[in-house]
Design a protein around this ligand. Structure first.
Ligand code: ARG
Length: 456
């Protein structure tokens, strides 16, 4: 088949080589952005009289027709036309005749593809921000129901101090808030038009880049045509933001997996987000959480791939850059899917409050309470720590917990201990009393919830 660039060539590549070089199998995802970019470009060509206005209108009409066909899923792509840009150009010429060949005046696929990617990411990042917001809403709703649900807080995955379950969930709210901020901030650098940079050096035609940018809704245009077609920073930044977001999700996924095990037994995920075993009838596996933990590997990998493609790449456009797309599309789909799954998983999970409560009664996570109690009575904290450490050890030897000890036994360890110690040692009290700013105390958690709600 005759190539758009065929004039200089005396032979065509074999089909398999053509397929190896083609990007249409994946860049067809840019079909609407490519049409939108072309419509803006051709309107600009008409407005500046680079081509007659009637021809510009005819081409724009032809592009609208292709758009309607694309919406109906009626476009047929071919690898021999290499990519979305050449496929659409060919279809346009077929639709409206040779005048369609004027569309590419003053433009190159290099600024065209960059424009498509900017348009695409701008839209997708806005969608991702909205999904993060929904996930945050699910966290806040679940936190609202669980301010006074007390369960073990961990460090080193060892029981540390009891905390409010809402407090733990809200920690993820703030991580996601930072993710949202990062995505929002990145829009500044996505929202710039490369269109009109042409191949690399600009063009001799009297184009109006600002007009085309305005039609496309971009806030500004690249200042340097070589930078415009070489820049993939905005994709790296997107992949990096996505990698961090899914890293956060992978941490929550890991906790959900642990919590839904018999050993922890803190939550039960809704059946929708679990699967069974083909052999073990009793099994309920937290598949979706595991899968998201696994998918984080791919998303992080996509960031590494993009950085590696760009490393050492000379200016300006190089075919290597065609490799920027699959990882980006994959990351967009994976991050949106993961955010949606998590939102549903959190909204529908059941919290096993009884099991959480019995957990905090069967550990030493109230030991700090006793040390603080002694310190408040004037005993230097280091000594108090030692006294309580010894008490814990004697409990371990007797196979009991601090709350099982009677006052005389406690007094034996330290004469300053009084009857009020039993209130202090209660896990609920331990949480309630941690009312330092940002702490897990119920009052603080309520304040935190108010702040979180205001950000949604
Ligand atoms: N399919 C190409 C890509 O994705 C489009 C740009 C091609 N430009 C070129 N000069 N070959 O990067």
């Amino acid at each position: 088949m005759k190539k758009a660039w065929g004039g200089r060539f005396s032979k065509s590549p074999e089909q398999w080589i053509e397929e190896f070089g083609a990007s249409i199998s994946f860049d067809k995802e840019l079909v609407f952005e490519d049409i939108e970019g072309s419509i803006a470009h051709v309107k600009m060509l008409g407005k500046t009289n680079i081509i007659p206005l009637v021809e510009s209108e005819k081409i724009a009409d032809g592009l609208e027709k292709l758009k309607a066909k694309a919406e109906d899923g009626k476009l047929e792509y071919s690898a021999s036309e290499e990519d979305i840009h050449l496929n659409l150009e060919k279809m346009l010429i077929k639709e409206i005749g040779a005048v369609g060949g004027k569309l590419h005046t003053g433009r190159s696929r290099n600024d065209q593809v960059a424009t498509d990617m900017h348009l695409y990411l701008k839209k997708q990042v806005e969608i991702i921000i909205a999904h993060i917001n929904e996930l945050q809403t699910a966290l806040v709703d679940q936190a609202n129901k669980n301010v006074e649900t007390v369960f073990p807080g961990y460090t080193h995955l060892q029981r540390a101090q009891p905390v409010s379950f809402a407090h733990h969930l809200l920690a993820y709210f703030w991580m996601l808030e930072r993710d949202k901020e990062r995505f929002t901030e990145s829009l500044k650098r996505i929202d710039i038009s490369p269109l009109g940079a042409s191949a690399l050096a600009g063009t001799t035609f009297p184009i109006d880049r600002h007009y085309a940018a305005e039609l496309l809704g971009f806030s500004s245009v690249y200042e340097n045509s070589m930078d415009a077609v070489s820049d993939r920073d905005f994709i790296v930044e997107f992949l990096s933001n996505a990698a961090l977001t899914i890293t956060h999700l992978s941490r929550l996924a890991e906790e959900f997996i642990l919590w839904s095990s018999k050993e922890f037994n803190y939550i039960e995920l809704d059946d929708t987000y679990a699967t069974g075993s083909s052999i073990m009838p009793q099994k309920k596996n937290p598949d979706m959480a595991e899968l998201i933990r696994g998918k984080s590997g791919r998303v992080i990998g996509n960031l590494m791939s993009m950085l590696t493609v760009l490393k050492g790449l000379p200016l300006t456009y190089n075919k290597d850059m065609q490799e920027d797309k699959e990882g980006m599309f994959d990351t967009v789909h994976t991050i949106i899917g993961s955010l949606k799954i998590f939102t549903g998983m959190i909204a529908t999970m059941s919290v096993k409050t009884d099991s959480m409560e019995s957990a905090v009664h069967q550990d030493f996570s109230n030991a700090t309470e006793l040390a603080d109690y002694l310190a408040a009575k004037g005993i230097p904290f280091r000594e108090a720590h030692e006294i309580v450490g010894k008490l814990v050890l004697s409990c371990i030897n007797k196979n009991c917990y601090l709350l099982d000890l009677r006052l005389p036994e406690l007094k034996e360890a330290c004469a300053e201990i009084e009857e009020d110690v039993f209130t202090i040692l209660s896990p609920v009290e331990a949480v309630k009393r941690r009312n330092s700013y940002g702490g897990t105390g119920f009052e603080q958690v309520k304040k935190q919830l108010d702040k979180a709600q205001q950000l949604l």
